[in-house]
Ligand binder design. Structure first.
Ligand code: PBG
Length: 333
């Protein structure tokens, strides 16, 4: 005998939504401060904090200010910080030699944070764009990117970062073969503990615009990056890149940008089970902040909801410019 379908709904899924405590009890995914990596922009000088117009609330800071910021981040429980240098245009060149200068901005900031905030995990970016007069991530000749020559430079850059005390090397350049070459370089120079987080599936995206302003690469960039960054139409290629980078010695992999590529995050985590990260990039940050500043959305809620999406998609962590704001919000009783 079946009961009348009209009598009551067989499954009332609303029952477990009836109060905050029950909702808390049944929640499947949560965002914690342990999930956050905070990308920051370093510039020259002392006591300098310079706002970035397309990234409201984000600043380029001199090394002393970055150290203060890193200390505050550590106090908030943020586990890792990721450094991006804003390089003086006078130091940019075709051979990009500033990239492996032991005393370049990124390496100076690494050493300063390492000594002042020893518990903070430091990630550094490997790619030539902040140092290149062409604005590209690799060497360019006759309008073409020189993959293998670029790799030699990237290895030098990565080793100078490891020498300065970087914990996680983050190659964001998308050249073929760079993970294996960097891993070999690290092993051969006594840096076998240094981790590599590969920007494995990095798409050629319109969402990087504000970042290029932040590091001063927008003016320099000739053409686009679509001969090395991925085509947004591709899924399986992302999985092949992740497989390759893990084989070559990456410890963690990243998908970038984040929000438009949550399907890729999910597939990468499901298929490989490796530590998987997403980069909620500058344009994603700018969209949320821009709408919030216009009063069109609740910025704080949109921030939290956007980051929870990464957890649902299987990410172990997120690089996000919102990191300190999230940490402060999560710390509230
Ligand atoms: C470049 C690099 C980019 C970002 C991180 N590393 C930009 C690019 O590829 O042009 C973007 C980060 C962001 O948009 O927040 N190697």
């Amino acid at each position: 005998m079946s009961h009348s379908p009209a009598a009551f709904p067989a499954a009332r899924l609303r029952r477990t939504r009836q109060s905050p405590s029950v909702r808390n009890l049944v929640r499947e995914h949560t965002l914690t401060v342990d999930d956050l990596i905070w990308p920051v922009f370093v510039r020259d000088g002392e006591g300098v904090e310079e706002p970035i117009a397309s990234m409201p609330g984000v600043m380029r800071q001199s090394v002393d200010k970055i150290v203060e910021a890193a200390r505050e981040a550590a106090d908030l429980g943020i586990p890792a910080i990721c450094l991006f240098p804003y390089t003086d245009p006078a130091l940019k060149s075709e051979d990009c030699a500033e990239a492996w200068n032991p005393d370049n901005l990124s390496n100076r900031a690494t050493r300063a944070i390492r000594s002042a905030v020893p518990d903070m995990t430091i990630m550094t970016d490997v790619a030539l764009d902040p140092y290149s007069s062409s604005g590209h991530d690799g060497f360019v000749q006759d309008g073409k990117i020189l993959n293998d020559e670029t790799i030699e430079a990237l290895v030098k850059q990565a080793l100078s970062q490891a020498e300065a005390g970087s914990d996680i090397i983050g190659p964001s350049d998308m050249m073929d073969g760079r993970i294996g070459a960097i891993r070999t370089g690290l092993e051969n120079t006594g840096h076998s503990d240094v981790m590599i987080m590969s920007y494995a599936a990095k798409y050629a995206s319109a969402f990087y615009g504000p970042f290029r302003d932040a590091v001063g690469a927008s003016g320099a960039l000739k053409g686009d990056k679509s001969t090395y960054q991925m085509d947004p139409g591709n899924t399986r290629e992302a999985l092949r890149l992740v497989a390759r980078d893990l084989d070559e010695g990456a410890d963690m992999v990243m998908v970038k940008p984040g929000m438009p590529y949550l399907d890729i995050c999910k597939q990468v985590k499901d298929k490989f089970g490796a530590p998987t990260f997403a980069y909620q990039v500058s344009g994603e940050y700018a969209m949320i902040m821009g709408a919030a500043q216009n009063g069109w959305i609740d910025g704080d809620k949109a921030m939290m909801e956007s980051l929870l999406g990464f957890k649902r998609a299987g990410c172990d962590g997120i690089l996000t410019y919102f990191a300190p704001a999230v940490a402060r919000r999560l710390a509230k009783p």
